[in-house]
Write a protein that binds this ligand. Structure first.
Ligand SMILES: [Fe+2]
Length: 259
C-alpha cells in the first residue's frame, strides 16, 4: 500500500499545481491513497467549499486543514456535512466538522486520516496530547492504516508527537511550516514520520507570500496586506509505503517542479 501526502497547498499557484499534476502523479507513483493539506489554498489562508471540491476532484481522497480553518466563513457548514474534508481536533468544543476521516484506497482498504494542531506558538484551546489518544483509538477501530497530519510550528513538539504515536499509527506527517525537513524516517515502532512535508505552492516567496511584502511587514512592524506569490511552484510532500497491518516500510520526500 502506498500513501501520497501533499503538503500545504498555497494560493492559486498551489491549487493549480494540484489540479494539473496530481492525477498523473498518482499514477506515476502508484499511490493507492492521497491526502492533501488544503489549509492555505484560498489565497494563502483557509479553504472555501469550492476549492475543497476542486482538490477532491483532482485526486485527494481526504483534505486536511490547520490553524486557518475558520478564515473563510463558508467552510463551517461545509465541514459540518463533509466526511472527506476534516479540521484539527483541538478547536473549540462544538465547532462544526470532524477531525477523523476514513476513506478507501484504490483497492478498497480503509485508511483513516486524523488532523491535530500543535500547542506551541499556536492559539489552541487544547494541547495535542489531550486529544490524540482517543482520536487514534477511534481511527484504529475503523482502519489498520492511520495517517496523522500534525499541523504545528515547533520541531520539538512535532518530533515528540511522532514518537508518542510510534507503533500506533502508520505515519505522523508534520505540516504548517512550509519548509520541507530532511528527517523522513521510520521510527523503532514502525511509524513513519517527518517534521514537515513542505509546501505545494510558490517557493519563490517567504513560505508562500510575496517576499517583499513579508519582509516589509517584518522590518516595519506595520500592517501589510499579504499576497500569495506565483513563482517557483513545486508540489511537495511524502510517499509512505506500509504493509497490510499499517506498519510503515518506507518513507520518501517528494519534490516536483511545476510546470
Ligand atoms: Fe498553518
Amino acid at each position: 500500500m502506498r500513501l501520497l501526502f501533499l503538503a500545504d497547498v498555497f494560493g492559486s499557484a498551489g491549487r493549480r499545481a494540484v489540479e494539473e499534476r496530481l492525477p498523473a502523479l498518482r499514477d506515476e507513483l502508484g499511490a493507492d491513497f492521497c491526502v492533501v493539506n488544503g489549509e492555505n489554498a484560498a489565497d494563502g489562508r483557509g479553504l472555501t467549499p469550492k476549492l475543497a471540491d476542486r482538490l477532491l476532484a483532482a485526486g485527494a481522497d481526504v483534505v486536511t486543514l490547520g490553524n486557518h480553518v475558520w478564515a473563510r466563513d463558508e467552510i463551517g457548514p461545509y465541514l459540518a456535512q463533509s466526511d472527506r474534508v476534516i479540521r484539527p481536533a483541538n478547536v473549540a468544543s462544538g465547532s462544526p466538522g470532524r477531525a477523523l476521516a476514513v476513506g478507501q484506497s484504490a483497492h478498497g482498504t480503509p485508511v483513516a486520516v486524523v488532523n491535530v494542531m500543535g500547542w506551541l506558538f499556536l492559539d489552541v484551546p487544547l494541547g495535542p496530547f489531550e486529544v490524540l489518544d482517543e482520536l487514534v483509538e477511534e481511527a484504529r477501530r475503523r482502519a489498520k492504516i492511520v495517517v496523522v497530519d500534525f499541523h504545528a510550528e515547533a520541531t520539538s513538539e512535532k518530533v515528540a508527537v511522532a514518537r508518542w504515536l510510534d507503533g500506533r499509527v502508520t505515519a505522523v506527517i508534520g505540516t504548517h511550516t512550509h519548509v520541507q525537513t530532511s528527517d523522513a524516517r521510520i521510527q523503532p515502532g514502525g511509524t513513519a514520520a517527518i517534521t514537515d512535508a513542505g509546501m505545494t505552492g510558490p517557493h519563490d516567496s517567504v513560505i508562500g507570500v510575496e517576499a517583499d511584502l513579508a519582509i516589509r511587514r517584518m522590518r516595519t512592524g506595520m500592517p501589510v496586506r499579504f499576497r500569495p506569490a506565483e513563482g517557483g511552484v513545486r508540489l511537495e510532500g511524502v510517499v509512505v509505503d506500509c504493509d497490510a497491518e499499517g506498519r510503515a516500510t518506507a518513507i520518501e520526500t517528494l519534490r516536483v517542479q511545476h510546470p
